[in-house]
Design a protein. Sequence first.
Length: 506
Amino acid sequence: MSKTALLMDFDQALERFDPVLGLEVHVELSTNTKMFCSCSTTFGGEPNTQVCPVCLGLPGALPVVNEKGVEAAIRIGLALNCEIAEWCRFSRKNYFYPDMPKNFQTSQYDEPIAFNGYLDVAVPTDEGVMPFRVLIERAHMEEDTGKALHQGGATGRIHGADYSLLDYNRAGIPLIEIVTKPIVGAGRYAPEVAKAYVAALRELVKSLDVSDVRMDQGSLRCDVNLSLRPTPQDRFGTRTETKNVNSLRSVERAVRYEVQRQAVILTDGGKIIQETRHWHEDTGLTTAGRVKEEAEDYRYFPEPDLVPIAPSREWVEQLRASLPENPALRRARLQAEWGITDHDMASVVNAEALDLVEATIAAGADQAAARKWWLGELSRIANERGLGLEELAITPAHLARIEALIADGALNDKLARSVIEGVLAGEGEVDAVIAGRGLALVSDDGPLLAAIDAALQAQPDVAEKIAAGKLAAAGAVVGAVMKATRGQADAAKVRRLLFERLGVSE
């Protein structure tokens, strides 16, 4: 047991206790306007410039439901194998925090739009990949809160701050909250199950094109509920809720930490307090927030200013028919088509390059080449610039054209990297960059033979070595020719011409 952090060894904790998980994931929808008004949802606007009387809760302002938000909620519910309510309504969730200017949040309480679903996930274990089904309690519609910026403290949190600033731009942005049923049976793989579930959910929602699911910008946030009980036959223990965990790695770490922390308290005869806890990314710790409210503390009551939502069965079935291919099934199909290993496919998925690789192949490139460029050179550039791959100013069509030119002998990999650099710099299409930078390979035999002769004249002993069977000596001539042509020669062709010149067979 760690004396400094008061944590029990994880394996020891799992010998004594059975973990029970509950995950609440908030998905911020990518609608153009907010859930109940016409204010913009664009990320990064100047503080308090995307507000109006409705989202500020001013007297006399009446909300109107965003149809696209309802549609996105239904699509998410269907993708999660949920039942879709024939009739549901909004409620007022009353609480007094300054990040919600009207002192209540418009949400759904006992009548969610989607309920009783599941999501199957693949969990990596010591025994290989394990399938695990996570049951979904509900997916309901609500609005996001504003953002508090605590000033003057060392941690950026309210404790120790001199004052706080409030930005209400985010207040009213459409949210879907997806709540699991208690996740039992995960045992020592509870952290991996939590991470795999959030990863699979993120991938699923992204495939629906209803959210950019950027955890770094808060478009997808996870609250981790965890409790321990002596055995799987015992009743659930008291839970804690670690709020706003914003990366897949942190979801796993937060579960692991709470297991270790709670195990120490329970083993020493203490009691777990039902509370919210803050996750600290820098230290990997959780700290106490506030005592957790129960539903009755929020004094829910039906929202009187909004009519109930009653989606027609025809509309629901139309949306069901429009759902994209399930991401897991799509990955399996593409992996079989491309003939790559599980590890190769995991690399593509982890780089968030699946769509780009597929599009590059569809544009005419070989799958190996498509993966090479997106996972290699372009991933490196994206990381250096702090961008996602899809944000780079280069398209699958560009890469397919570059690969076609390599296949035709007009480019090599080194020149191709220069072409990519030019395209990213905005110098035009692939052929325009090649012309502008003078990047085409030297394909005529004449200039290449002249460069070979010059290299042999400068290094007369090389010809003797090659004639004596030391073919590796050819590298010196090939290197000299590549230097003379500024890398614009096909090394394989130079080698072939050299051996022909010397009357040597490989």
